[in-house]
Ligand binder design. Structure first.
Ligand SMILES: *[C@@H]1O[C@H](CO)[C@@H](O)[C@H](O)[C@H]1NC(C)=O
Ligand SMILES: *[C@@H]1O[C@H](CO)[C@@H](O)[C@H](O)[C@H]1NC(C)=O
Ligand SMILES: *[C@@H]1O[C@H](CO)[C@@H](O)[C@H](O)[C@H]1NC(C)=O
Ligand SMILES: CC(=O)N[C@H]1CO[C@H](CO)[C@@H](O)[C@@H]1O
Length: 779
């Protein structure tokens, strides 16, 4: 050892002294910290430095040299292997270290050659195999099962056999089966093969072990490659497809499929595609936005160019033209403004008045034309409104004064689009017609007649007013400025009498009836009026009974047989109302054999009616003449005059016809009983009748006595004179029979009604008679 040291010092001295390049051999098995070679320098008066300027090939295997003072003026320099030193004779077997020594101004530079010697007893895991990522082995997936994939050769292994094991786990399902490596370093594929394993990578940790406890580790990464494809192609070059616009975004349009291995798909035109996307792996084309044709412009037809390519070899590709047509779908009915049409118009609006104009749009297509149709609901089949294009107008008069309710018109406007399927919108129309008071009420002038004795509240008549507005004849009646004699019922138009009337004071009234309509206009204050004149004629009513002058006559008539002649004239009048001259006369009693009749007020005798043989003897007739007033009203006041006629038959050979008239003397007051039909008052009448009858009876008796005495001498030639004259008072209606005639047989009185008693001189018998019927009862 001491010898070696001496040698080295010697060598150093040589080197320093001669500055010769020198070299060192070092075994590759030397590790970090190994001192290569110490060398000394002579530098007495300076502090020397030693530097490693460079290493070729560059490496960090060497530390900077160190310099230590060894003895007086002598320094020892050392170069050691760094901690990263991994010497490998197969990789680099010579390093050149450039060293520089300084001692004061003295500079010495020179190379040091380090020769790395191989160590035959050492195995090494070197190269990419020993790197953390390991060695990459690319294998197509079509490799035959168990095929040799890789041979792991380790430097320095030489002919020695090492044991190689895969230490990492190879568990399914990631591993189709275990890879294997043998002692020669031959890596083989799993016996199951690698089909379908692309593009997996399998990392295999390899342990290399030699005897004598030596071993190292490394990594092999097997990457399975897909089978090399033949060619990528589409079954057809182009395709056209039609979809409807109502597809929601994300809907599948079509799936494209190309032949090839491990393909990807993309749309390469247009790029970016605004409406569609394609699934990179599955080739499904989907929509990305709503395809509303009205809004998404240009969505109608889209030409897509699709490319399919191999994932690992993108340049292997095929192209496909896809045309997507979007079909419009009618999704929305038209939208209209206004959506509901309610309006109110007066009935007088002229035909052609515009009620409203519809504005409709189709959300599906703003430009497509729409069609409109008017449909009536109430009244059905009405022609009152019409639709011209989109304008609702009044078509016919909306007059509501004719019967039938027309105040509300209900209809619909149907708006159709022309899409498929057709969509419809209904716009309800409600037109209220308001009434207008157009017409004035009217009434016809009329004349009413009323008896002057009519009582209060007597109905004179009804005024009928008319008004053509609806509701018809909604009228009220008023009397305009009338005297308070009349009143009109406000609602019914009946005209009533209020106060007393007097024909003698006022015969004619003219009153103006005012008619005012109501409830015939939307504005209830709008009322119209009309009027007409009603004439009221007061009818005269006779207030007094007629009187006759003289009231009682007695006549002797010489009449030629079979001749007719005037007997006398009955002259009667109403003294209080001399203008009322029309009176009616009738014979009501004593006209036996109907020998007398009345021509107006003239009493005629007619023998011819009797026919021969005419009576030879004189006869006496007591005739009762009923006199009544006639006028505009029913005659109701009357009197009865009495005429006694002595009829003396006269032969033509004797004397001419003559009439002997004897009037009632002034002392003999004839009695005329009058009776007002409507108002018979029995009590005063009875008193008068009884008194008067008694008095007359006495007078007549006296007169008869004088007649008998006077006529005794004439009794030979004159006919039989009536022994008595009966003055009977006519009583109309139910006046009843005269009490005096009690001797009449009871049973016949009960059957007939007799007013008086008379004596027929021609037959010589007494009889009872009825003044109205002329019936007789012979006693
Ligand atoms: C390595 O593999 C061999 C068989 O090839 C086996 O006998 C040996 O035990 C294995 N060694 C280790 C450490 O697994
Ligand atoms: C409009 O009125 C006329 C008659 O005036 C009728 O012929 C026509 O049909 C009406 N129009 C409509 C749309 O009802
Ligand atoms: C008298 O009566 C007869 C028969 O009724 C009639 O034909 C005749 O005309 C009358 N004479 C006169 C003058 O009225
Ligand atoms: C041992 C050795 O060589 N020593 C030398 C160092 O250098 C001085 C002068 O430069 C010499 O005198 C010594 O002999």
């Amino acid at each position: 050892m001491a010898l070696l040291r001496l040698l080295s010092i010697f060598a150093l001295l040589i080197s320093v002294l001669h500055s010769l390049p020198w070299s060192i051999d070092i075994s590759e098995s030397q590790g970090p910290g190994t001192i290569l070679q110490p060398f000394s320098f002579n530098c007495s008066s300076y502090m020397p430095t030693l530097e490693l300027l460079s290493v070729r090939p560059p490496t960090s295997f060497f530390n900077n040299p160190s310099l230590h003072r060894h003895d007086k003026g002598i320094y020892l320099g050392k170069v050691t292997l760094s901690s990263s030193a991994r010497l490998d004779a197969l990789a680099v077997n010579r390093y050149e270290l450039q060293l520089q020594y300084k001692c004061g101004n003295f500079v010495l530079a020179g190379p040091l050659f380090v020769h790395v010697q191989r160590d035959p007893g050492r195995i090494r895991c070197a190269g990419p195999f020993a790197s953390p990522a390991g060695e990459f082995v690319y294998v197509p997936e079509t490799v035959t099962p168990g095929a040799l994939l890789y041979a792991l050769l380790l430097p320095g292994l030489g002919v020695q056999r090492a044991q190689m094991n895969i230490t990492s786990a190879q568990d399914p399902p990631f591993f189709p089966g275990p890879f294997s490596i043998d002692d020669q370093g031959f890596l083989r594929a799993p016996s199951q093969g690698l089909k379908g394993q692309a593009p997996k990578t399998f990392q295999l940790q390899i342990l290399v072990s030699l005897g004598k406890g030596q071993s190292c580790k490394g990594m092999l990464t097997v990457k399975v490659l897909p089978a090399p494809s033949s060619q990528v192609s589409f079954p057809q070059k182009a395709q056209s497809i039609t979809i409807s616009e109502d597809l929601v975004p994300g809907s599948k349009v079509i799936q494209v499929e190309a032949r090839g291995f491990n393909l990807c798909y993309e749309i390469f035109s247009p790029r970016p595609s605004p409406f569609y996307s394609i699934g990179q792996a599955d080739g499904v084309v989907r929509t990305t936005v709503p395809l509303d044709l009205a809004r998404a412009q240009g969505a109608g037809v889209t030409k897509l160019q699709v490319r399919a390519f191999e994932k690992l070899r993108p340049w292997v590709s095929a192209e496909f033209d896809l045309t997507v047509n979007v079909r419009a779908v009618n999704q929305w009915p038209p939208r209209c403004h206004p959506a509901l049409l309610v309006t109110q118009i007066p009935e007088t609006v002229p035909v052609g008045t515009v009620l409203n104009t519809l504005t409709c749009v189709d959300p599906d297509s703003t430009s497509a034309p729409l069609s409109y149709q008017l449909q009536f609901h109430n009244p059905p089949d009405s022609a009152s409104l019409r639709l011209r294009d989109r304008v609702l107008e009044v078509n016919t008069t909306l007059d509501c004064d004719t019967p039938g309710a027309c105040f509300q018109h209900a209809a619909s406007i149907l708006v159709f689009d022309n899409g498929q399927p057709q969509m419809t919108t209904e716009v309800l129309v409600l037109v209220m017609v308001t009434p207008v008071n157009e017409f004035s009420p009217a009434c016809v002038p009329r004349t009413f007649r009323v008896r002057e004795d009519a009582g209060p509240h007597t109905l004179l008549g009804s005024i009928v007013g008319t008004d053509m507005d609806y509701p018809p004849n909604s009228l009220e009646y008023y009397i305009s400025g009338a005297p308070p004699t009349f009143a009109v019922d406000r609602l019914s138009g009946e005209l009533h009498l209020l106060g007393p009337l007097d024909y003698e004071q006022q015969r004619l009234y003219r009153i103006t009836i005012l008619l005012i309509d109501h409830s015939q206009d939307w504005d209830l204050n709008l009322r119209r009026s009309g009027s007409c004149t009603i004439t009221i004629e007061v009818e005269d009513v006779n207030d007094h009974a007629p009187e006759c002058e003289p009231p009682f006559q007695e006549l002797t008539i010489y009449t030629p047989l079979g001749r007719s002649m005037e007997v006398t004239k009955v002259s009667c009048w109403i003294p209080q109302e001399p203008q009322r001259s029309a009176l009616s006369y009738s014979i009501v009693g004593g006209n036996s054999q109907s020998r007398f009749r009345l021509q107006g007020s003239v009493l005629m005798h007619n023998d011819t009616a009797l026919g021969p043989p005419w009576p030879e003897q004189p006869c006496t007739y007591e005739l009762l003449i009923h006199v009544a007033d006639v006028g505009p009203s029913i005659p109701h006041l009357s009197t009865t005059a009495t005429i006694i006629v002595h009829l003396v038959p006269w032969r033509a050979s004797t004397v001419a016809t003559s009439t002997h008239r004897s009037t009632v003397s002034s002392t003999m007051t004839p009695l005329i009983v009058t009776d007002v039909e409507a108002f018979w008052k029995p009590e005063p009448w009875f008193v008068v009748v009884l008194t008067a009858t008694g008095a007359v009876f006495l007078l007549v008796l006296g007169w008869l006595l004088s007649r008998i005495l006077r006529g005794f001498a004439q009794s030979l030639q004159a006919p039989n004179k009536p022994a008595r004259a009966l003055l009977l008072n006519s009583i109309q209606g139910n006046a009843g029979s005269i009490e005096r005639l009690k001797e009449a047989p009871r049973k016949e009185m009960s059957q007939h009604h007799f007013d008086g008693r008379a004596h027929d001189v021609c037959t010589g018998r007494d009889y009872l008679f009825n003044t109205r019927t002329g019936a007789r009862h012979w006693l």
